[in-house]
Design a protein around this ligand. Structure first.
Ligand code: AMP
Ligand code: GLY
Length: 435
């Protein structure tokens, strides 16, 4: 198979690594890519400012069998539609279905129509209606969540427990650069419980679950500090009921497929289901139209299946092989990842220091300990750290305690002289008695 992988973060680095493990990956093309991803494939020779239609056509001419899209923006922009138009297979939904992520109002409306469990909600337009509805909801319950409907890089959600925080949410939504994403706002009830996410590959044949992961979103140990893109995560999730996967398939994924079919839509790609679990059951917090970052990094390592084959089956390029899908469903052991971020993450622009990451960090092909890079660039043949989330260190072992020990032993050596690096010390620590 000739694959084109779109993206440049640690998620896409992990995907490139995963596709390279496959016997049927003949060529791996990458765009726009990163220096570390290029160890696994070749950059598609087209400029960074190429239009999506041009990129799709270029890939088609190159004889690519299928494209895999890492981030959400190309999907919102209609890249999958551009591929479909010229008969190029794309693992990532068409623009209309990608609205499950890019429009929270649409996603909630679909959930309501499909009978999928989710928080009660209203859709509002404009600041006055938003403030009035949020205040009114607060009178009837202890809290209220205000969410920009459009893509807001994780910054558009405000959980409010008093009028002052509703006011602050309105200021942020309407006056801090996300007014476009907040043209429509979803107001919903506050859910309580423990959060986790479920991932499923969809397309031809039955949907194939990859499993659950938990992301630690806050910057600091003990889940304090600002929200981030994710500071580390773990899979599987031992605190869930044993039939959690079957429940989510039956109550979320199957009704969603049926509801989309009624609207003439079919979802191809990875569906990310954000969930809140408590003693009474679960509710869907959000859908995303892609793999998570850093969830992709733990799932790619934990799942022993050949993802080139799996995706080719979802795209109808290979016949569905039920034996392969069932035989490879090995969920044993524990996989943990820790994200190393620059000193200025998540707000600032100027990291203290500059660190040269030894290339040997990426040379390890053993899934027991892998490193995937995001903000790391090539300078005079050296890999130099930049700003933001820089590296994701993934370890796999028989238990969470062992996986954590292995991660932090490696990180302690790696960060000995690394000025200002930030990472959490408690990823997966609540699990040491769980498994
Ligand atoms: P979202 O982008 O919709 O996933 O929201 C981002 C984060 O806000 C979630 O991961 C939750 O931690 C929190 N959140 C969103 N909706 C709710 C809700 N209804 N109740 C409680 N927390 C929520
Ligand atoms: N780690 C959360 C996300 O990818 O949305």
């Amino acid at each position: 198979m000739k694959i084109l992988l779109i993206g440049s973060g640690a998620r896409e680095h992990a995907l490139a690594w995963k596709f390279r493990q496959s016997d049927i990956t003949d060529e791996l093309w990458i765009w726009p890519g990163s220096p570390t991803m290029l160890a696994h494939g070749q950059r598609l020779d087209i400029g960074n400012d190429a239009r999506w239609e041009d990129l799709a056509r270029y890939a088609k001419n190159q004889g690519i069998d299928f494209v895999v899209v890492g981030p959400e923006q190309p999907l919102e922009d209609g890249f999958a539609d551009a591929c479909q138009l010229i008969g190029l297979s794309c693992f990532g939904p068409l623009q209309a279905a990608a609205r499950l992520e890019s429009s929270k109002a649409f996603s909630k409306e679909v959930m309501a129509a499909a009978g999928i469990p989710t928080a009660a909600f209203f859709v509002v337009k404009g600041e006055a209606e938003c403030r009035a509805k949020a205040r009114e909801s607060l009178q009837r319950s202890h809290g209220v969540v205000n969410k920009a409907s459009g893509l807001a890089s994780g910054k558009g959600v405000f959980v409010c427990f008093d009028e002052a925080s509703i006011e602050e949410a309105c200021q942020r939504l309407y006056y801090s650069g996300m007014a476009k994403a907040a043209e429509t706002v979803v107001i919903e009830e506050v859910l309580t419980g423990r959060e986790c996410s479920f991932f499923v590959f969809m397309g031809e044949g039955e949907p194939t679950p990859l499993g659950f992961a938990v992301d630690h979103k806050r910057l600091k140990d003990g889940d304090i500090g600002p929200n981030t893109g994710g500071m580390g995560c773990y899979t599987p999730v031992p605190w869930l009921p044993a039939d959690a996967g079957d429940q989510v398939m039956a109550k979320v994924v199957q009704p969603l497929i049926a509801e989309l079919a009624k609207r003439g839509m079919k979802y191809t790609g990875c569906l990310y289901v954000g969930l809140m679990w408590n003693d009474e059951g679960f509710a869907v917090v959000e859908f995303n139209a892609r793999l998570g970052d850093p969830e992709a990094e733990v799932l790619a390592v934990h799942d022993k299946r050949d993802w080139t084959k799996l995706i080719a089956m979802k795209l109808g390029l290979l016949p569905e092989d039920r034996h392969f899908l069932a035989a490879a469903k090995d969920n044993s052991g524990a996989t943990v990842c820790v994200v190393l971020a620059s000193s200025c993450y998540p707000f600032g622009d100027s990291p203290t220091g500059r660190y040269v990451v030894p290339k040997s960090v990426f040379a390890n092909t053993n899934p027991e300990l892998c490193a995937f890079a995001a903000a790391v660039r090539l300078e005079k043949d050296e890999l130099v750290t930049g700003k933001g989330r820089m590296l994701t260190i993934v370890t796999h072992a028989a238990t969470f305690a062992e996986a954590r020990k292995k991660s932090y032993a490696h990180i302690d050596v790696l960060t000995k002289d690394w000025q200002g690096v930030q990472f959490r010390r408690d990823i997966g620590s609540v699990l040491e008695n769980d498994r």
